[in-house]
Ligand binder design. Structure first.
Ligand SMILES: NC(=O)c1ccc[n+]([C@@H]2O[C@H](COP(=O)([O-])OP(=O)(O)OC[C@H]3O[C@@H](n4cnc5c(N)ncnc54)[C@H](O)[C@@H]3O)[C@@H](O)[C@H]2O)c1
Length: 426
C-alpha cells in the first residue's frame, strides 16, 4: 500500500475498500496480456515521461490496469468517471491508496459532482486527454479554450463521443489531433459487439434475476452493440425483435434471422427492451403507453437520453424502487407497470461490472498505444480525427491471438505476388 504521505488527493467513497479493489484489479490483469506487455515495455521506455494526462473512463478493474500502464509510461495521470453510475468504489480506492493514482469518482455521484470532477481534471492543465463520451473535450472547448492550443492530443473511446467530435470537427473548432480509438478494428469489432453483448444481458440479469429464455427481447439499434446483444439474447433463448432506422442495418438484422419492425409496433410485443442507438428518446411516451404490464426497459447506449424517462414520470401515477437498479412506474392511462433498470444509464456498468477484461485488453491496448503515438508525433499530426495506423491494429490482434495460444496461416511470397497483380485471371 502507498504510504499515507504518498496518497494523492482524491474524491472516492472509502479508502478502506482498497485491498478488495486491488485483488479484483489483479484478477482482471490475468485476462489482459496485451496491456500487460505494453505496460512492461512502457516501464522500460517511459514514452509518456512528464506528461499530464486526464483519463475520463468508467472506473473499473480494466481501467485500473490501463491507468497502471500509463503511470508506468511516466504519465502523471488523473482519473475521473465517465458516468455517474459506472464507478466501482473499491477500484477507485485501490487506485488511490495502492497505486498512488488520483481518482475523482464515486458510484452514484450527482450530475453536479460529476461535472465538478471534469473541471477539477481540466484544472490540472493536461497535455493528453483520454475521453469516453467527449464530456471532457466538450467542457474544454466551452470553458477552458486556452487548453485547446496547448494540448498535445486526445483519444476517444466510444461511438457517441466520436459523433460529438465529428460535429466539433465539422464546426471548424477542433484545433488539436484526436485518435478515434473506437474506430480501430480491435476495438469496436470486439468491445462493442462481444463486450456489450454479454455484459448488457449480465446487467439485466444481475438487476432482476429474470429468465431470458422464452421472452421477447426488443433490441433498439443494430449497430456493433445491438448485434452483440441480439446475438447473445438469442443464445439465451429470447425471441429477438430489432428496431432500426438504417435500411442496410435493418436488412442485416433480417438476414441474421431477427424480426424487424418499427418501435411503434414492437412496443406492445416486448417483454424486455434494450436501447443501444446513441440517439435521444428512441423509446418515448407513446411507446411506454403501449407496453405490456411488467415490461422491462434498459439502456446500454452511452448517455441516459435514449429512454424518455421525463415523459414516463409525467404519465405515471406511482413510482417504486423494487430492488437496486429496478424502479417500477405505474402508467396512469393503462394501469400497466413499466420497469426501468439502472435509471436508464448504461445497464452493463450500472448493475454489472462492464465488459469482461479479456475484451477490454484490446480496447485499452489501443488507448495506451494512441497516447504513445500522439506524443511520438507531437506537432506533426493535423488537427482533427485520426485513426491509429493499421499496423498497430493488426499488431494488437496478433499479440492477442498469441496470448490465446492460437496460430494462423501466413501469406506465401507467391500469394502476395498474386494478390498484387492485375494480369492474372481466368
Ligand atoms: N454499454 C457499453 O459498454 C457500450 C460500449 C460501446 C458503445 N456503447 C454506446 O452504445 C451506443 C451504440 O454504439 P454502436 O457502436 O453500436 O453504434 P453504431 O453507430 O454502430 O449503431 C447505432 C445504431 O443505432 C441506429 N439508430 C439510431 N437512431 C435510432 C432509432 N431512433 N431507432 C432505431 N435505431 C436507431 C443507427 O442506425 C445504428 O445502426 C453508443 O452510444 C455507444 O457510445 C456502449
Amino acid at each position: 500500500m502507498t504510504s499515507s504521505s504518498q496518497v494523492p488527493n482524491s474524491d472516492v467513497k472509502d479508502l478502506n475498500l482498497a485491498p478488495a479493489g486491488r485483488k479484483r484489479i489483479e484478477w482482471a490483469e490475468r485476462e489482459m496480456p496485451v496491456l500487460r506487455m505494453i505496460r512492461e515495455r512502457f516501464e522500460r521506455e517511459r514514452p509518456l515521461d512528464g506528461m499530464k494526462l486526464v483519463a475520463c473512463c468508467h472506473i473499473t478493474t480494466e481501467t485500473a490496469n490501463l491507468a497502471r500502464a500509463l503511470k508506468a509510461a511516466g504519465a502523471d495521470a488523473v482519473l475521473i468517471a465517465s458516468n455517474p453510475l459506472s464507478t466501482q468504489d473499491d477500484v477507485a480506492a485501490a487506485l488511490v491508496a495502492e497505486y498512488g493514482i488520483p481518482v475523482y469518482a464515486i458510484k452514484g455521484e450527482s450530475t453536479d459532482t460529476y461535472r465538478a470532477h471534469v473541471k477539477m481534471a481540466l484544472d490540472t492543465k493536461p497535455n493528453l486527454i483520454i475521453d469516453d463520451g467527449s464530456d471532457v473535450v466538450a467542457t474544454m472547448v466551452k470553458e477552458y479554450p486556452e487548453l485547446m492550443d496547448t494540448i498535445v492530443g486526445s483519444t476517444e473511446e466510444t461511438t457517441t463521443g466520436l459523433v460529438r467530435l465529428r460535429a466539433l470537427e465539422k464546426s471548424g473548432r477542433m484545433s488539436w489531433p484526436a485518435i478515434a480509438v473506437n474506430d480501430a478494428q480491435t476495438k469496436h469489432f470486439f468491445d462493442n459487439r462481444y463486450g456489450t453483448g454479454q455484459s448488457t444481458l449480465d446487467g439485466v440479469i444481475r438487476a432482476t434475476n429474470i429468465l431470458i429464455a422464452g421472452r421477447t427481447l426488443v433490441v433498439v439499434g443494430y449497430g456493433w452493440c445491438g448485434k452483440g446483444i441480439a446475438m447473445r439474447g438469442r443464445g439465451l433463448g429470447a425471441n429477438v425483435i430489432v428496431c432500426e432506422v438504417n435500411p442496410i442495418r435493418a436488412i442485416e438484422a433480417v438476414m441474421d434471422g431477427f424480426r424487424v419492425m418499427p418501435m411503434d409496433e414492437a412496443a406492445s410485443l416486448g417483454d424486455i427492451f434494450i436501447t443501444v442507438t446513441g440517439n435521444r428518446f428512441v423509446i418515448d411516451g407513446r411507446h411506454f403507453e403501449k407496453m405490456r404490464d411488467g415490461a422491462l426497459v434498459a439502456n446500454s447506449g452511452h448517455f441516459d437520453v435514449e429512454l424518455n424517462l421525463v415523459a414516463l414520470a409525467e404519465m405515471s401515477e406511482e413510482r417504486e424502487q423494487l430492488r437496486p437498479f429496478v424502479e417500477e412506474y405505474k402508467v396512469k392511462k393503462t394501469g400497466n407497470r413499466v420497469i426501468v433498470l439502472g435509471e436508464g444509464r448504461l445497464i452493463n456498468l450500472a448493475a454489472a461490472e462492464g465488459h469482461p477484461a479479456s475484451v477490454m485488453d484490446m480496447s485499452f491496448a489501443n488507448q495506451a498505444l494512441s497516447c504513445e503515438y500522439l506524443i511520438k508525433n507531437k506537432g506533426q499530426l493535423a488537427p482533427g480525427l485520426h485513426l491509429l495506423p493499421e499496423e498497430v491494429d493488426t499488431e494488437i490482434a496478433s499479440i492477442k491471438l498469441a496470448a490465446m495460444g492460437i496460430e494462423i496461416d501466413t501469406l506465401s511470397p507467391d500469394m502476395i505476388e498474386y494478390m498484387n497483380t492485375w494480369e492474372a485471371g481466368t
